[in-house]
Design a protein around this ligand. Sequence first.
Ligand SMILES: [Mg+2]
Length: 368
Amino acid sequence: MKITDVKVVTIGLNVPPNGCSKGRFLSFRGTALVIIETDEGIQGIGEGYGPEYYIARTIVERKFKPWLIGQDPLDIERLWRKMLMTTVYWDQKGQGVAAASGVDMALWDIAGKYYGVPVYKLLGGDAKGSGRLQAYASDLFWDEPERMARTAKGYAKKGFPIVKTHLGNGLKEDEKRVKAITEAIGDAELMVDMNCGYNRVEALKVGKMLEKYGVYWYEEPLSPYDVDGYAWLKSKLDIPIATGENEYTKWGFKELFLKNGVDFAMPDIMRCGGITETKKICALAEAFEVACSPHSYTTGVGLAATMQLMACTPNCELVELDMTGYALYESLLKRPLEIDNRGTIKIPTDPGLGVELKKEIVKKYSVD
Ligand SMILES: [Mg+2]
């Protein structure tokens, strides 16, 4: 089999402001979908992360496409190394790796379709044996405490055992929201995500408050550059630290693990190097007895790839399920998610990733 074409479809839309730390908010979500065609008529679809979809598109079309055409799409390891080695000198982290992640994901989609099995079957099969994945409800964004509590209660009522919220606007304001949400969700637990908003002093002060409420995890309190800070903070707190959505490749995660800076590693398949690299990051984490909960605030393509990877990886826990009603989520899946009243999802079993790109979706959400 040979690759005959590589295209990038860019889609996105304005969303209600997703408020997080330090008064910041996100009001547009866009992404680059990589489409790879083959001479056997099999098409692969992948996603490269980011609002910087136009950069990912340029990298795929100008740096990768010219030599990818004519290659065997099943030689994924070799093609992955060539992609990373052509950008690595000046782009070890960031959009170069995100663009390669989208290509890698599309190659795995092709491989699954070629062999007629879901990708997780190619990578080790159902690691937990239940045929299902536990999810948590993501995300609550910064708002008045009562409104956040009401939304959180709705997620808990659906059966999700854990709900995630974004905070990071000072101890007092954060605590008001933690109190309101934890009271509203009953037996469900709360994860708190700071989106890198605090310095070390602030992160420790707020972390001590979160300890009182026994939060499930404390996500990205510090800058991703401050790996030593993560190790320091983790040694000071009795709540688990989650981080990694802004880290890239196994070499990046190696530092976090060696310095004991993380309890839940959160590689993002759309940017850390794709399925190939995330599987290796998880194996590295396993050797350090660290759990992995891949980050996936993404389209349905990224979600599908994340579920396939998590299904076959023993130390993966808790699928991040976007509850915001994002228009590019389930609309890109071949079939709707099967979620039960405990918040577990049936592992999709269609060959490949189980995604499809409908013409009307591309037309409606296309961005330049
Ligand atoms: Mg996060």
